[in-house]
Write a protein of this length. Structure first.
Length: 220
């Protein structure tokens, strides 16, 4: 089968129901360091890489020498959930269906290492995933286009033959800047209007809704 088209997927909040775990664990890491940031603000920042998330929430005048400490605290808190991360409904089935339909499936995520391994175990669709573009592979994370561009390089597919599925405005902006069609999902908790304004061509409730609607979607 000639896999000349790529389906690129964000993971957190798109395929695995982890966004609110990130909210709580970032909130706690920040609180432990003396920063009182409301959870709604943390939620809107989820999807950014660690350094960008901290900068977004605390500003450029923060003590940047403590960024690594904050990231490590979040990683330790979030790591407590690695053995029970819940895949969103039909996430693995969606990837399997696309693979069967001839798409090259690539993950583009800020996760890496043990965290990425835990997410892939939750999705349980390794046979459908051709490659993963992780945070370790690029200099700048979303909303910069580099993660999506790297995913396209791994797939060997041009931007005009690719679709990127994500749950945050950062995903949509990254996909749009990379020149791919963007599909949004609401299961990460970001409103439809925000996803559409950021570049989503179509928006679905979750992976199950996208799977049920594939024939009429940008992934048809």
């Amino acid at each position: 089968m000639d896999r000349d088209r790529a389906a690129v997927f964000d993971v957190d909040g798109t395929l695995v129901d982890t966004n609110h775990l990130h909210v709580v664990t970032w909130w706690e890491a920040l609180r432990q360091a003396g920063h009182h940031v409301p959870m709604h603000a943390v939620h809107r920042a989820v999807g950014l890489g660690s350094t960008d998330l901290i900068a977004h929430l605390l500003g450029d005048d923060r003590d940047k020498d403590r960024d690594d400490e904050l990231s490590a605290a979040h990683k330790a808190l979030y790591g407590q959930y690695f053995d029970r991360l819940p895949a969103l409904r039909d996430a693995g089935e969606l990837l399997g269906r696309l693979h069967g339909d001839g798409w090259t499936v690539v993950l583009a995520t800020s996760a890496s290492g043990a965290e990425l391994g835990a997410l892939r175990r939750a999705i349980d669709a390794d046979e459908a995933i051709t490659a993963t573009a992780s945070a370790d592979d690029v200099e700048r994370g979303k909303p910069a286009p580099e993660p999506v561009e790297h995913a396209l390089e791994l797939a060997g597919v041009p931007a005009e033959r690719a679709v990127f599925v994500g749950d945050t405005v950062w995903d949509m902006r990254a996909g749009r800047r990379a020149g791919v069609r963007c599909v949004g999902v609401l299961c990460g908790g970001i409103p439809r209007a925000d996803l559409e304004e950021a570049g989503a061509e179509a928006v679905y409730d979750d992976p199950a809704h996208l799977l049920a609607s594939l024939g009429d979607s940008p992934l048809a």
